[in-house]
Design a protein. Structure first.
Lengths: 260, 516
């Protein structure tokens, strides 16, 4: 590992060697010959690695060419802004369009049975109880320690009061309690901070659902009344489910995506 | 656990009931000193007395009796010839006008009635439609076809079987409402269609689009001439010259645009007739009045009144503090119906039609002996103003009450009410004579976009961002029907002139037809 930018420093002080530019040009000119030589003559593992590298390069190259071609296409019609159409009385009003996107495509998808249970994060890594709980020593000499501290962030409802110390089996530390989440609406692409209402399902363990543990992949219910969503019957929706997308204990905040 | 009191005993209950009964009797008791009261009917619009004063017993002054009385004063004893009247009693006007008439008469005037039998009670009356429109209750057909959001719609003035819709997919479509099927697609525009309009004689269709053009079509959907070009920005609204004011064979059309101009087109010649430029911002609404004026509302906070013949500016109405969003004329319904009669259809020949249209318009506009066209304007400053633009540039009344932007305003066909739809989820009703607040229709949970009266003025339908259409009783102020069914916001709404159908369309790309 080089310590500090000593090469750059040297170059700043003394300049480059005199034939630097020429050597660079020549190396570039030989590049294709070198590649061709390698492609023909490498054998074994080296050949394999080389081909992999080359394959990736070619994919990138093709993508680049395609992008350039698209950029060069000249069209006769003016570029239309592909926003959703709005009636004339909503023209020049900025905040009106982003309120609600209820496309029938999504509704149809939800109607399918399999899609009903499909969520953005279908599977998550398991968390062991050892990682989840730390043991509080309750007796000096026996091994039957029954008290646990939850080491992950949790959601605790407003009405919760702690039980007496003698009966409190799980401690949810105050510092790790979360009340709000940064919720992204997948259709609108907006992120807003919404209050959490409850934990609906923790995929790890039913016990964690009860405890309100917030891990990646947990389904939570959030208060969306600020978004102004309504049902097909014209009632205001205020609770909506969302799935947590980040490792809350690493980031210190809850990020979630709304399930629409 | 809280202590629950035991239920009252039978004795207690009986005592409470008898006490209530006594109070009720006490309230309804008419003192013996009150003899017959003097009562006189006045016309609601002009305030002039109709017929001589009448003496009646106060206890006989029930609503039904008063209605019979008002008919017999007109010499219409025969039941079939009677006209239903809406009666207004002065002291209490806002809440429960109808059922409270008799009661309020009793209570508010008891003192004065007891003191003098010479006091004359003024009862104002306004004629109502002799037919009744039933509230729409069900979705009779849900037609898909448009490729994008539906932005505007209008029923044909001729009948409720033809509906015209404009959409974000740059096409307008004509639908057959009897069968719920598409008739034709009007293709030609290249951008969203903001406004569609049938000509008053049903012989032409005009569409205005974001692509800066207006296009004309015949009712079968064939393009009539080329696009009318001239606007430099999107066309926002269209208005046809009223039928009785048209030169024979030369109907004209006004279009307003985001570029701040209003253009008057000769529809047969497909040429521009005049340009009304004077607004400094986007013109949001244009209305062609029946007395030869054109009214325009703009985002530069003003309403301008133009002479339709010469194209000169007559007046500028400046009271609003923010954008003016929408205008409504008290004669809108008569101008849309032109020469048609709800019972007989309408005359066949053009000269007769012209006379009939003029008569219909004058019936709607006549207040006392004058022809008056009133104008209501809705604005972003959360208020509305009521104007009589030909007599004064000062507003007749200011309508305050909405908490957010007022988007849409409309007069009832009988000219008694103004309804306004606001983004604060409420529809409000106002008196059309002086702009007094009448009542609020609460029920929507999203911004209300449009509202529309039924032809008999007894019902109101409103469409909202909350995906529902709601029908309200104007008299009761209650929700008559809630019509859910749309999958997205409902942007466009219309109630056909014969009252049979309501059409709605919006973000879910389907046209829904509602009937009873």
């Amino acid at each position: 590992m080089p310590q500090n930018e000593y090469i750059e420093r040297w170059q700043k002080q003394h300049g480059r060697r005199l034939d630097y530019e020429e050597r660079k040009r020549k190396r570039l000119a030989r590049e294709s010959h070198k590649q061709s030589d390698d492609a023909q003559n490498l054998r074994g593992l080296r050949a394999k690695l080389y081909q992999q590298k080359r394959h990736k390069q070619k994919i990138q190259m093709k993508k680049q060419i395609k992008a350039n071609e698209e950029k060069n296409v000249k069209s006769s019609e003016p570029a239309t802004d592909n926003q959703t159409p709005i009636p004339q009385y909503l023209l020049d009003r900025s905040n009106q369009t982003n309120a609600k996107a209820l496309s029938s495509a999504i509704k149809n998808k939800r109607a399918e049975k399999t899609a009903k249970f499909s969520v953005p994060l279908p599977r998550v890594k398991g968390i062991t109880e050892e990682e989840m709980f730390s043991v509080v020593k309750t007796s000096r000499n026996s091994n039957r320690n029954w008290k646990r501290v939850v080491t992950k962030p949790t959601f605790v409802g407003d009405s919760f009061t702690r039980r007496p110390v003698k009966y409190e089996r799980f401690i949810r530390p105050m510092g790790l309690r979360k009340k709000v989440c940064n919720c992204t609406h997948p259709e609108l692409g907006v992120t807003v901070q919404l209050p959490i209402i409850g934990v609906k399902k923790n995929p790890q363990n039913p016990l964690y659902t009860q405890l309100g543990v917030l891990t990646k992949g947990t389904i939570i219910e959030v208060n969306v009344s600020e978004l102004g969503m309504v049902t097909a019957g014209g009632k205001v929706v205020w609770g909506r489910w969302a799935q947590i997308t980040n490792n809350v204990e690493n980031d210190g905040c809850v990020n979630a995506v709304l399930l629409v | 656990m809280a202590t629950v009191l035991p239920p009252p005993s039978k004795r207690q209950r009986l005592a409470a009931e008898s006490r209530a009964r006594e109070e009720e009797e006490e309230r309804n008791h008419i003192p013996d000193s009150v003899g017959p009261v003097r009562l006189r009917f006045h016309d609601h619009a002009s305030g002039e007395a109709t017929g001589p004063p009448v003496y009646i017993e106060l206890k006989d002054a029930t609503l039904q009796n008063l209605e019979t009385l008002s008919d017999s004063i007109d010499g219409r004893e025969f039941a079939l010839k009677r006209i239903p009247y809406k009666l207004f009693y002065q002291p209490l006007l806002t809440e429960n006008e109808q059922d409270g008439l008799y009661q309020s008469m009793l209570h508010s005037d008891r003192q004065s009635l007891a003191s003098s039998t010479e006091t004359e009670i003024t009862i104002k009356r306004a004629p109502q439609a002799i037919f009744r429109v039933k509230a729409v209750t069900r979705c009779s057909s849900s037609i898909s076809g448009h490729g994008s959001t539906i932005l505007c719609m209008q029923f044909s003035p001729e009948s409720s079987s033809r509906l015209l819709t404009g959409s974000g997919d740059a096409t307008a479509r004509i639908w057959d409402c009897d069968t719920g099927t598409p008739v034709t697609t009007l293709k030609g525009h290249t951008d969203w269609i903001f406004t569609v309009s049938w000509s008053p004689d049903n012989s032409m269709i005009a569409t205005g689009s974001k692509d800066k053009t207006v296009r004309l079509w015949d009712p079968q959907g064939k393009p009539f001439g080329g696009p009318l070009t001239g606007h430099t920005k999107a066309v926002r609204n269209l208005s046809w010259e009223p039928y009785h004011a048209q030169q024979p064979g030369r109907p004209r059309l006004a279009s307003c645009s985001q570029d701040g101009t209003v253009r008057i087109w000769d529809a047969r010649g497909c040429r521009i007739d005049m340009v009304l430029s004077g607004h400094s911002a986007s013109v949001t609404c244009v209305k062609w009045g029946g007395l030869g004026q054109i009214y325009t509302a703009s985002q530069d906070k003003t309403i301008k009144v133009w002479d339709a013949a010469k194209g000169t500016l007559i007046n500028t109405l400046q009271s609003h503090a923010h954008w003016v969003n929408h205008l409504a004329l008290s004669t809108d319904f008569a101008l849309r119906n032109a020469f048609r009669d709800p019972k007989f259809g309408g005359p066949k020949y053009e000269s007769d039609r012209r006379i009939a249209a003029k008569r219909n318009f004058e019936d709607a506009a006549r207040i006392g002996k004058k022809l008056v066209e009133r104008l209501a304007s809705a604005s972003d400053d959360c208020t509305m103003y009521l104007w009589e633009p030909l007599t004064t540039t000062q507003p007749l009344g200011r309508m305050i009450g909405h908490q957010k932007v007022v988007n849409h305003v409309t007069f009832s066909p009988d000219g008694l009410y103004i309804a306004s739809a606001g983004f604060d989820n409420h529809v409000k009703l106002w008196s059309a004579t002086d702009g007094r607040f009448v009542r609020t229709l609460r029920g929507h949970v999203g911004a209300v976009y449009q509202c529309c009266f039924s032809a008999d003025s007894r019902l109101l339908v409103s469409s909202s961002k909350d995906t529902t259409v709601k029908v309200w009783g104007v008299e009761s102020g209650k929700l008559a029907e809630d019509l859910p069914g749309h999958q997205g916001e409902v942007f466009a709404l219309d109630w056909s002139a014969d009252g049979g159908r309501v059409a709605s369309g919006g973000a879910d790309k389907t046209v829904k037809l509602w009937s009873h």
